[in-house]
Design a protein. Structure first.
Length: 364
């Protein structure tokens, strides 16, 4: 079966058994290489994206681990909403998303280049052609030009989608073997793999990561009040009394955002009658099979909830401490505002959850 989005997929498939997610953020302005159909879905796009990103570049890969169900895990690029990818793409200044495509002519070796970033696309075509690789415009049926395509959901609203033909991908590995076991071995990579990857690296090194055009926006914006409007005041979360004996409040928009995320993480779904799905099911992690799975479940739940209920927040770190012996979970979440370039990401709040769902909060 095909899934319409990640929420349906993650409800039916198991992280670490059916699929895996690898994610590495960049810093400041950065270029992201992503493979949303990695692993057994469209091999070897994960390996190509990782090579192009290098040892320290931003990189993302959603990988199918089970060849029998790999095809069903291929979410459409226009509906790909896995939270880590959405955040990483949204913070990137330029984006290259790697795909594989089947061709009627099995041995055809071509790269279809599409996407709204015409500058980077032209540089990639230039470098690939100079290295002896054929390129062509992607057919309308799978071109990456739509605004909702994940490659175009970065800071400049424009990315590049690379669709590599089956024959081209086969040429990157010994005996054309694209099985999971063969692709996993770096020694099986042929010279064409490195020549291709180096061409993409050169093209990406030539593109500016900042633009002076007026239409450059962060991926998620939060309406700003005109200068002549009064600054909004919000009650602090958790509730408290200030030094004057009044209700503790703040006009700092950054603190308000941190408070809202703190409230979100400290709320269990169902606690708010009018918003039944609001919150993070953190207590469920107490019953995971082991601490590693609990940590993964909790991080994913927090990312999912923040993406849905606080889209103006950029999550830079999530650290979960699951204490099975005490029956408690503590979550540290670092966030900043998406609409403030270069905003500090040192705002931390800790939320503790006890067995049964009792929430205890500690200021970070």
């Amino acid at each position: 079966m095909a899934y319409p989005n990640f929420r349906y997929l993650s409800a039916d498939k198991i992280l670490g058994i059916d699929y895996d997610i690898k994610n590495r953020y960049g810093s400041d302005t950065y270029l992201l290489h992503a493979a949303i159909h990695g692993g057994g879905i469209e091999p070897p796009t994960s390996q190509l994206a990782a090579y192009a990103a290098g040892a320290s570049g931003a990189w993302y890969s959603f990988e199918a681990l089970n060849d029998l169900t790999a095809e069903s895990l291929a979410l459409p690029a226009t509906a790909f909403d896995e939270p880590f990818c959405v955040v990483n793409t949204g913070n990137s200044s330029r984006t290259v998303v790697w795909h594989g495509v089947e061709n009627q002519r099995e041995n055809e070796t071509v790269t279809y280049v599409s996407g709204a970033d015409s500058v980077l696309a032209s540089l990639i075509i230039q470098e690939l052609n100079a290295s002896g690789f054929e390129t062509d415009r992607a057919p309308v049926s799978y071109a990456g030009d739509a605004p909702q395509n994940i490659c175009n959901r970065n800071r400049i609203r424009a990315g590049v989608q690379l669709d590599l033909s089956f024959g081209l991908r086969k040429s990157f590995y010994a005996d054309g073997d694209l099985s999971a076991s063969a692709v996993a071995q770096p020694d099986n990579r042929q010279p064409a793999f490195f020549t291709y990857g180096d061409a993409i690296r050169r093209a990406c090194a030539l593109v500016p990561l900042e633009s002076d055009t007026d239409d450059v926006l962060p991926v998620i914006t939060q309406p700003r009040a005109p200068d002549d409007q009064a600054v909004s005041t919000a009650m602090r979360t958790p509730f408290g009394i200030d030094h004057s004996g009044g209700v503790s409040a703040t006009t700092d928009e950054r603190e308000q955002l941190v408070d809202r995320v703190h409230a979100l993480v400290g709320t269990l779904p169902g606690e708010r009658v009018m918003r039944a799905t609001y919150g993070v099911p953190s207590s469920a992690s107490l019953f995971a099979i082991n601490a590693e799975v609990a940590n993964d479940q909790l991080q994913r739940a927090v990312m999912d909830a923040v993406a849905e209920f606080e889209p103006s927040a950029v999550v830079s770190a999530i650290v979960a401490d699951v204490n099975e012996a005490l029956g408690s979970v503590h979550v540290n979440v670092q966030v900043s505002r998406a609409d403030v370039p270069g905003a500090e990401r040192d705002n931390t709040r800790t939320v503790g959850v006890l067995v049964g769902g009792t929430v205890i909060s500690t200021p970070g």
